[in-house]
Design a protein around this ligand. Structure first.
Ligand code: RP5
Length: 182
């Protein structure tokens, strides 16, 4: 930038973490097929509920291998801090993602038609030692928990987010304690 007297001035902009967080997605949600979205939308909804910026993409380990590699390799540089990867069947998307980043990768096995998600679960969870994938439950419960776990990871350095997580738990406690049986 040129200053009022014509000299060149270097401007450094300091952003608070909140301002920085508002600018870019902190969580990336990827899934092997658009057919996974009906289930995966619950991750996006949960993150929105907590005000966590996120982005969602369809990327396949076997149908778009190069695009998947490129996207994951650049995620950390773009400010993404957690990746949620969902796939069904021979579900290697989370493992492939973990191979290309040191960001935490949370894998969600999608319910498959042939084996109801048992194939997806075993494909996602059985990573050999060295490249971890934190694997959640099959289907919607795992999807929601993946989002909550991503939030918990982010909350370790964001006290307001931690407060929201506590409120979320408190609401569940209140709900259960109010239950009555016939
Ligand atoms: C996986 O195959 C996807 O993650 C999806 O769960 C499953 C079926 O994909 P489509 O045949 O519906 O595209 O790669």
């Amino acid at each position: 930038m040129v200053g009022s007297k014509g000299q060149k001035t270097k401007i450094t902009i300091f952003m608070s973490r909140k301002q920085a967080d508002d600018r870019h997605p902190l969580v990336s949600i990827i899934m092997g097929s658009k057919s996974d979205w009906e289930t995966m939308q619950h991750a996006a909804q949960t993150l929105s509920q907590f005000g966590v910026a996120h982005e969602c993409r369809v990327l396949s380990a076997h149908r778009t291998p190069q695009a998947t590699t490129d996207y994951i390799s650049k995620a950390e540089g773009r400010g993404v801090q957690v990746i949620i990867a969902a796939a069904g069947g021979a579900a290697h998307l989370a493992g492939v993602a973990a191979a290309h980043t040191v960001l935490p990768v949370l894998g969600v096995p999608m319910q498959s038609q042939a084996l109801q998600g048992l194939d997806s679960l075993l494909s996602t969870v059985q990573m050999p030692a060295g490249i971890p994938v934190g694997t959640l439950a099959i289907g919607k419960p795992g999807v929601i928990n993946a989002a909550l776990l991503a939030i918990a990871i982010l909350a370790s350095t964001r006290p307001p987010l931690r407060d929201k997580l506590r409120q979320y738990r408190d609401e569940q406690t209140r709900k259960i304690l109010k239950e009555t049986l016939p």
